[in-house]
Design a protein around this ligand. Structure first.
Ligand code: FAD
Length: 447
């Protein structure tokens, strides 16, 4: 009877999308004993010469690390990742300054290659006999109620398949979500921002990095900005984010070089004029979209995770981390052995507010990165946050709670609100008194 019970719990789960979240979700469903079919539109990236798609590298932080640790992959991923201890800010004159992420506990972000990370996850999937990978399978139609799906391969052949549960991890433009949108009670909103992004590269020189490697480099320029993350091969992937109208004004090589000489004078020789011209005009700037929707499930038949459920603008470096955290949360709920429809409903209920919160935070951080990081008020607040973090264990700065803890995102915002209110109340002489007293305590304890 035990075996019959186990058999009933073993479902045929179809995970659509073998990106970062889909392959992690497949691993978790397989570990629970389900039979998993993992369908991916693209070819197997492990055999691809060129991988099409978004950002070459990503910032991995606590939530992603925790999800990777749960499937025994954290160490493997961190072994090739590059720690980034803080922001290195490049001003318009080319001078740099550093704002550490966590001077108290030395926590850092890790720059990981998207392809490498995806490969590690797919290799881990291969080790499970109950995961079947189907590459070059594009989901083109699905009936969620009946659990039926139709895929197309590159020869345009139609392949039909079925599943007890369909899990959409097929990114911001999810086909599984398109089916959910048709169902009554499904709320959906999307917002494109006026800013686009384009990727450039600072190559290695004489086998080494051209800038200090252990930082996330930022060139904040009010209405636009550029960032750079280090890669394993000692190059940097540079992301230029600007309003489309600014991109549109740059039509010729001369205009491009002039723009860089004015705004990114220290980066220009590192990228190289020729390479800049080639890379800039090679592609058009990409759009960025923020998507909020709910519920994330339909009965015990379908579920969406990752960008399919909550795509966000990339400025908090949390899209992948939040998607991986979805999997951690879901696995914890499924472990309780509730009926599946109740478990999926619980997932939606416990996730949507936090997903909405991180979408909002990501929008906010765009302003912070391109504008506020330059301001003295921002630096002062950062300094004060660090000081109070050291003295009062309950005082966790917003960035730290988002990036270096698993505090629910909505609570990170609530936390910041009471901190702001408190700081507002403590004004003038009181504020100065507190700082002096805190400084004295700190000096006594640590110096
Ligand atoms: P995706 O990575 O989009 O994967 C979806 C997969 O589904 C793909 O493999 C796709 O081929 C497949 N697919 C799509 N449609 C179908 C279909 N119909 N049938 C079958 N398969 C399909 N996040 C961070 O945490 N840190 C960062 O530093 C960071 N930087 C970013 C920088 C940029 C410029 C951008 C754009 C995003 C960044 N993100 C970052 C966000 C991160 O890239 C995403 O949140 C993450 O990739 C989401 O993973 P996913 O698996 O949900 O979706």
């Amino acid at each position: 009877r035990q075996e019959a019970g186990d058999e009933r719990r073993r479902r045929r789960v179809a995970v659509v999308g073998a990106g970062l979240v889909g392959s992690l979700a497949a691993l978790n469903f397989a570990r629970m004993g389900n039979h998993v079919d993992l369908y991916e539109y693209r070819e197997d990236i492990r055999h691809a010469l060129v991988v099409q798609g978004r950002s070459i590298n990503l910032a991995l932080s606590q939530r992603g690390r925790r999800a990777l640790a749960a499937v025994g992959l954290e160490e493997k991923v961190l072994a090739t990742a590059i720690p980034m201890r803080g922001r290195m800010l490049h001003n318009i004159k080319g001078m740099t300054s550093v704002v550490l992420y966590d001077p108290c506990n030395n926590q850092c972000l890790y720059s990981v290659g998207r392809r490498q990370l995806n490969e590690v996850l797919l290799d881990a999937c291969d080790k499970f006999p109950n995961i079947q990978c189907h590459f070059e399978h594009k989901l083109t139609a699905a009936n969620l109620r009946e659990g039926s799906m139709e895929f197309r391969n590159p020869k345009e052949e139609v392949i039909s398949a079925g599943a007890d549960l369909i899990v959409g991890c097929d990114g911001a433009f999810s086909s599984v979500r398109q089916q959910l949108v048709r169902l009554p009670g499904f709320n959906y909103s999307q917002e494109y921002i006026e800013t686009g992004y384009l990727e450039l590269c600072i190559p290695s020189k004489l086998g080494d990095f051209q800038m200090p490697a252990n930082y996330l480099h930022i060139w904040p320029r009010d209405s636009f900005m550029m960032i750079a993350l280090p890669n394993q091969d000692k190059s940097f992937t540079v992301t230029l984010s600007m309003p489309f109208e600014v991109f549109a004004k740059i039509q010729s090589k001369e205009q491009l070089l002039e723009f860089f000489r004015t705004n990114f004078r220290d980066a220009l020789p590192l990228i190289g004029e020729e390479q800049l011209i080639k890379d800039f005009f090679k592609t058009r700037p990409q759009h960025l979209v923020s998507i909020k929707c709910r519920p994330y499930h339909y009965a015990d038949k379908a579920l969406i995770l990752g960008d399919a459920a909550h795509a966000m603008v990339p400025y908090y470096g949390q899209g992948m981390n939040a998607g991986m955290e979805d999997v951690t949360l879901l696995t914890g709920i499924l472990d309780k052995q509730l009926p599946l429809d109740k478990a999926l409903a619980q997932f939606t209920e416990s996730r949507w507010q936090d997903a909405f919160a991180i979408c909002d935070l990501a929008m906010y951080n765009y302003v912070e990165m391109r504008d506020l990081t330059k301001r003295w008020s921002f630096r002062l607040r950062k300094w004060l946050d660090t000081l109070l973090f050291r003295i009062f264990p309950g005082w966790i700065p917003l960035y730290n709670s988002v990036s270096f803890s698993s505090m629910p995102y909505s609570q990170c915002i609530a936390n910041r609100k009471w901190q702001d209110q408190l700081l507002k109340r403590v004004s003038g002489a009181t504020l100065i008194g507190v700082i002096l007293a805190a400084g004295a305590i700190y000096a006594k304890r640590f110096i």
